[in-house]
Design a protein around this ligand. Structure first.
Ligand SMILES: [Fe+2]
Length: 233
C-alpha cells in the first residue's frame, strides 16, 4: 500500500511520517497496515474503560463502526487508484484522491486519538510532566491555559474536524492547529495530541453540550503518549 500511497498523496505521506505511529509499542501497533491493507487497530483498553467521561457505547461505535469505515474506505481508494494507475487512467486516479485524503486521514487521526486516551484509573488525566510540561508552560503560559486554548479551538470548529497540539519541527515550538473533516496534520507539524470534534465522538452522551465533552476528555488524556511523541527526535 505504502508505495502507491506515497506516490499519490504527499500530504498523507507527511502525516504518516509525522505520526511516528509504526514505532509505538504495545497492543496498538500504530497505523495498522498488513500486506498492503490498512487494518483497524485494537484498543489497549475496554470500550467501557473511559466511563464516565466517554461512554462505552460511544467508544464501541466510534471504534468498531466509524473507524472501520475509514479503514475500508482507505483500502478501497488505494485499490481504485492502483487499478487506475495500472491503466494509465490518471483522471480516474485524481478523482479518487479526495477519498484517499478523507479515509486515509480518518484512519490516521483515529489511530492517534485512541493512543491519546487512557482510563482515568490508569494513565488517564492529570498533567504532563518533564520536558513536555516545560514546553507547554513556555508556549501557552500554563497547562491550564493550554487546556483552555485547546478547548477554545475545539469550540471554534465549524462542522466536523479536529484540534491538535503539534510540535512545529521548523520553528521548534508547540502550537494548536485545527483541521476540517479528516484532513491529517502534515508539513512541519508533528501531531502530539488530537481531540476529535466530530459529533459522532460525543453526541450519544453529551448531545448539544459539546463543551462538556471537551472538558471531560481531559480526564482520560494519556499524557505519557503525548510526552513520548514530543520527545521523539
Ligand atoms: Fe471520530
Amino acid at each position: 500500500m505504502s508505495s502507491t500511497l506515497f506516490r499519490t498523496s504527499p500530504a498523507l505521506r507527511g502525516a504518516l511520517r509525522a505520526s511516528g505511529a509504526p514505532k509505538v509499542a504495545g497492543a496498538m501497533a500504530g497505523i495498522g497496515f498488513v500486506r498492503g491493507k490498512a487494518t483497524l487497530p485494537d484498543l489497549p483498553y475496554d470500550y467501557g474503560a473511559l466511563e464516565p467521561h466517554i461512554s462505552g457505547k460511544i467508544m464501541e461505535l466510534h471504534h468498531s463502526k466509524h473507524h472501520q469505515t475509514y479503514v475500508n474506505g482507505l483500502n478501497s481508494a488505494v485499490q481504485t487508484i492502483k487499478e487506475a494507475e495500472s491503466k494509465g487512467d490518471f483522471t480516474k486516479a485524481a478523482t479518487v484522491a479526495p477519498l484517499l485524503n478523507f479515509h486515509g486521514g480518518g484512519h490516521i487521526n483515529h489511530t492517534l486519538f485512541w493512543e491519546n486516551l487512557a482510563p482515568a484509573s490508569r494513565e488517564g488525566g492529570g498533567d504532563p510532566s518533564g520536558a513536555l510540561q516545560k514546553a507547554i508552560v513556555a508556549d501557552f503560559g500554563s497547562v491550564d491555559s493550554f487546556r483552555k486554548q485547546m478547548d477554545a479551538a475545539l469550540a471554534g470548529i465549524q462542522g466536523s474536524g479536529w484540534a491538535w497540539l503539534v510540535k512545529d519541527k521548523t520553528a521548534g515550538n508547540l502550537n494548536i492547529v485545527t483541521r476540517a473533516n479528516q484532513d491529517p496534520v502534515s508539513g512541519p507539524y508533528v501531531p502530539l495530541l488530537g481531540i476529535d470534534a466530530w459529533e459522532h465522538a460525543y453526541y450519544l452522551q453529551y448531545q448539544n453540550r459539546k463543551a462538556e465533552y471537551f472538558e471531560a476528555i481531559w480526564n482520560v488524556i494519556n499524557w505519557k503518549t503525548v510526552e513520548s511523541r514530543f520527545e521523539k527526535p
